[in-house]
Write a protein that binds this ligand. Structure first.
Ligand SMILES: C[S@@+](CC[C@H](N)C(=O)[O-])C[C@H]1O[C@@H](n2cnc3c(N)ncnc32)[C@H](O)[C@@H]1O
Ligand SMILES: [Zn+2]
Ligand SMILES: [Zn+2]
Length: 221
């Protein structure tokens, strides 16, 4: 549409801005956000493309919903602080009202620690009592395995491959790399450790049993 015709078309649809919803300070009254929501086709007298207020409710004491709190021209003086339980994402910092922190941590926060489920049994997969002399020694011993030699030369960020090589080195040292074994990789991701274990045992006939377990199936795993 030509520019002139387009602006005439927009003017026809112009609407007056109604006054914002009246938010009374009573807990049972409905409260509505004061944020104007943009829409493509309709405009006000100033040719601004706004048509209605946001439909989300607000908290008592606020005129803007949580989503639009940053647009409030008269922001509340209540201080918000980062949630101590919710530091998982480095880009999004989840904040909470400082004066509600205790309630948030005890009842509301989705990242708050929960009691262990009934089937949880601490160290159920540990066959050695901890701490034991054996476990202490093993912890500081970084070993290597030849099946990861080639990968080590290609990979620039080698932390992961050093760990895989060391785990295989430990398995070899403890004589665990046997074809009649069953290898369970907890938190297998792409299953790389099992993949290299198969090479380390030289399992050409697919005789060795592998059980791969992961809580997620994302990221091409
Ligand atoms: C570093 S990655 C996998 C590395 C993999 N073992 C390898 O050598 O290539 C860790 C994996 O553990 C999984 N994981 C973490 N906690 C888990 C849990 N409680 N139960 C099952 N899988 C878990 C994650 O989803 C992730 O895929
Ligand atoms: Zn809103
Ligand atoms: Zn939280």
């Amino acid at each position: 549409m030509p520019k002139e015709q387009k602006s005439r078309h927009l003017k026809k649809e112009a609407v007056a801005i109604p006054s914002p919803p009246d938010n009374v300070m009573h807990k049972d009254d409905p409260r509505q956000c004061h944020f104007w929501v943009k829409r493509k086709r309709q405009v006000n007298e100033l040719n601004e493309r706004f048509i209605r207020y946001c439909h989300l409710p607000t908290k008592i004491g606020n005129n803007y919903c949580g989503e639009h709190l940053a647009s409030d021209p008269n922001p509340t003086t209540r201080e918000r602080i980062p949630c101590p339980y919710d530091k998982s994402h480095y880009l999004i910092i989840n904040t909470v009202y400082k004066d509600e922190l205790e309630k948030h941590l005890a009842q509301k926060c989705n990242s708050r620690p929960r009691p262990n489920p009934p089937y949880f049994s601490l160290d159920v997969n540990c066959t050695l009592s901890y701490p034991s002399k054996f476990a202490e020694e093993e912890k500081s011993l970084v070993l290597d395995h030849e099946v990861l030699k080639e990968k080590k030369e290609i990979i620039t960020n080698s932390k992961h491959v050093i760990q895989q090589a060391s785990l295989l080195g430990h398995m070899e040292r403890l004589k665990l790399l046997q074809p009649d074994g069953c290898f369970i990789e907890f938190g297998c991701g792409k299953g790389e450790l099992s993949y290299f274990t198969k090479f380390a045992i030289k399992d050409k006939d697919d005789e060795v049993r592998f059980l791969l377990i992961d809580r997620k199936n994302t990221c091409g795993k």
